[in-house]
Design a protein around this ligand. Structure first.
Ligand SMILES: Cc1cc2nc3c(=O)[nH]c(=O)nc-3n(C[C@H](O)[C@H](O)[C@H](O)COP(=O)(O)OP(=O)(O)OC[C@H]3O[C@@H](n4cnc5c(N)ncnc54)[C@H](O)[C@@H]3O)c2cc1C
Ligand SMILES: *[C@@H]1O[C@H](CO)[C@@H](O)[C@H](O)[C@H]1NC(C)=O
Ligand SMILES: *[C@@H]1O[C@H](CO)[C@@H](O)[C@H](O)[C@H]1NC(C)=O
Length: 576
């Protein structure tokens, strides 16, 4: 097992790394007049809707609401348009692994010992992600209680501006044909729909490798009715007492600009006005707690005044485990991100990427990330100095690799295993402590094992044979993986002979974490926070399971969908 293999693996550890050399940004960024630095915000201002978090869900939501009301968006990160190269597919890893305080990516390590990240930029996760675009199943949409017509219209509204059909070249085609050969049938061709079998999905990268993000959806906004402030970090939501309903009522937010100056924004005195939390699966439960809505004993332990004892805030946190095999190839491969997907009946989704490479600077950055996050309070005690050292040593051994091959990964449906989120500090800038409990439920482990079996069959298939070294059996690929410190979890020799142990020991994240403010537990079916007035949560924190094979399409759809529903009700009310 050569050096190239190791390098190749690491390329996938933080992300799918792509260098499309020679490609350049050819499009003009939209010139939004309504996006400004928070330093220019008034100290006190009034709006109909205040949206916390200009992320994947917050952007389509705000653009839609601005069609009928005055909307404020407060986003803690900067603009994705400032430096177009930064969001080109070339810079996927550089952008993801930049750990400066102003970067788009805020790393964290879950208590499970897996490196993860949170978006911190206008457009949220859609500015950092691998770009695969695919809808939720119709069963998922039915189970969520969504209006199917409005859901379809909302997906289409997003797709019109943001999605492309990927070029299916040799590696992606071989994996697709391998999936068909081993029985992941039927073949559906290119489609956004979630269907059993094998298909090609959409991508938010255009032919030039330029990323289209949720921030682009502001092209649909009414420019004079929306204000977007960047580097605006919301510290808390404020409440007053509603004498009629005898409940706390959200009435404003306190946010700070990049100089730490405090600003206040309030809801203007009109009926139906609301604050909407769209800060993502980590940010939304965290900010509810910082605002006094959460488990009372936990809030009191941090000296936070309790507005509402809501024990289920921060519960139901889940992250779909990702397990991979790295496959070096004797034949040249194209550079590709996720394009084809196998949707198996056993509950795992098979995806692939190829032609990955990364630079030395990235390896150094990775070491920095681990040092940074392991220094965070509550993390240091969890992981042994030996594990950290082993990580650091491996990372240090990298130079600039040029690699041939790809990675075949599986993500399990759901998952069923869940964990929880707790505050470490009372600063909105700090990561809370998050536990996902990967594979706690035996069913999750079964799905992973089935998924690994499918990957192994694909690697051994006739359709794929051109991309496999005959001298390198799957067992060698398995042993490579378990000998690398892919995470900070304990390692077992039996991982080489047991796929169960392999799944547990080599688990990584596919960044589809969700939960923390689930529908029916923290919010009702209209996404209104249960027990208070004028406050909703709309984003990935409301999900029980990750939608589709990959979530972003449905997260954006939900923003548009709820924006339409909220406006419809506002108009009905005003007409009365
Ligand atoms: C590396 C990576 C690869 C991925 N690959 C794919 C893929 O290929 N396909 C796919 O479908 N999905 C993918 N995903 C997942 C997908 O991008 C996310 O599920 C989705 O972006 C989550 O959207 P959200 O609106 O819930 O949260 P986010 O998009 O994270 O939005 C939350 C926003 O709130 C802001 N915020 C948080 N706290 C505050 C505060 N206190 N004050 C002000 N603002 C705040 C944040 O800065 C952020 O912009 C990937 C994710 C990552 C990170
Ligand atoms: C569902 O949405 C469509 C499209 O917006 C709308 O015409 C229809 O009335 C909605 N159905 C229900 C039951 O609300
Ligand atoms: C982590 O902590 C150590 C020891 O306190 C310190 O020397 C180091 O600079 C810190 N690293 C980072 C990246 O903060």
């Amino acid at each position: 097992m050569g050096w190239g293999l190791k390098q190749f693996f690491w390329a996938f550890l933080v992300a799918v790394v792509l260098f499309f050399n020679g490609l350049s940004y050819s499009e003009k960024a939209p010139a939004y007049t309504f996006v400004k630095e928070a330093t220019s915000a008034p100290l006190v201002s009034f709006y109909d809707y205040i949206i916390i978090g200009g992320g994947t869900c917050g952007c389509p939501l705000a653009a839609t609401l601005s069609q009928g009301a005055r909307v404020l968006v407060l986003e803690r990160g900067g603009s994705p348009y400032k430096n177009p190269d930064q969001i080109n597919i070339n810079n996927f890893v550089n952008t993801l692994s930049d750990t400066s305080p102003t970067s788009f990516s805020q790393p964290f390590i879950s208590r499970d010992g897996v490196l993860n990240t949170r978006a911190r930029v206008l457009g949220g996760g859609s500015v950092l992600n691998a770009g695969f675009y695919t809808r939720a199943s119709s069963k998922y949409i039915r189970d969520a209680g969504w209006n199917q017509t409005l859901a379809r219209e909302s997906y289409q509204w997003v797709e019109k501006l943001m999605t492309f059909e990927p070029a299916m070249l040799q590696w992606q085609s071989a994996v697709r044909n391998g999936l068909l050969e081993v029985g992941v049938l039927p073949y559906h061709g290119f489609t956004f729909d979630h269907l059993y079998g094998t298909k090609v999905g959409g991508t938010i990268f255009d032919k030039e490798g330029h990323r289209h993000t949720a921030a682009d959806l502001f092209q649909y906004a009414h420019p004079r009715r929306v204000s977007v402030y960047l580097h605006a970090t919301v510290k808390k939501i404020t409440f007053k007492y509603n004498r009629e309903t005898k409940r706390p009522q959200a009435n404003g937010v306190i946010f700070k600009d990049e100089f730490g100056i405090k600003h206040r924004a309030y809801l203007s005195k009109k009926p139906m006005n609301e604050i909407i939390l769209s800060a993502g699966a980590i940010g939304s439960p965290q900010l509810l707690m910082l605002s006094g809505i959460g488990p009372a004993h936990h809030l009191e332990a941090h000296g936070i005044k309790v507005v509402l004892d809501a024990p289920l805030v921060g519960q139901g946190m889940a992250d779909n485990p990702m397990n991979v095999l790295v496959v070096p190839s004797p034949a040249p491969v194209e550079v590709s991100l996720i394009q084809t997907v196998g949707i198996t009946r056993s509950g795992s989704f098979i995806e692939t990427a190829s032609g990955l490479s990364f630079g030395h600077s990235w390896a150094e950055k990775l070491q920095g990330i681990f040092e940074l996050v392991s220094n965070q309070s509550g993390q240091t005690s969890k992981f042994s100095p030996e594990a950290m050292q082993s990580f650091a040593d491996t990372i240090r051994s990298f130079a600039n690799p040029t690699l041939k091959g790809g990675v075949i990964l599986e993500k399990i449906m759901g998952p069923l295993s869940t964990g929880h989120l707790e505050l470490i500090t009372t600063s909105p800038d700090d990561n809370p402590s998050v536990t996902f409990n990967y594979f706690k439920e035996p069913e999750d482990l079964r799905m992973c094992v089935e998924g690994m079996r499918t990957i192994i069959e694909v690697i051994n298939s006739k359709a794929f044979s051109k991309f496999r070294y005959p001298s390198m059996p799957v067992q060698a690929l398995i042993e490579l993986m378990i000998n690398l410190p892919v995470n900070l979890r304990p390692k077992h020799l039996s991982a080489a002979i047991s796929l169960e142990q392999y799944c547990i020991d080599t688990v990584m994240t596919i960044w589809h974490y969700h939960g923390g403010c689930q529908v029916g537990k923290v919010v009702d079916h209209d996404y209104k926070v249960i027990g208070v007035d004028a406050l909703r949560v709309i984003d990935g924190s409301t999900f029980y399971r990750s939608p589709g094979t990959n979530p972003q399409a449905t997260v954006m759809m939900l923003g548009r969908y709820m924006g339409k529903k909220i406006l419809n009700r506002r108009f009905l009310h005003l007409r009365k």
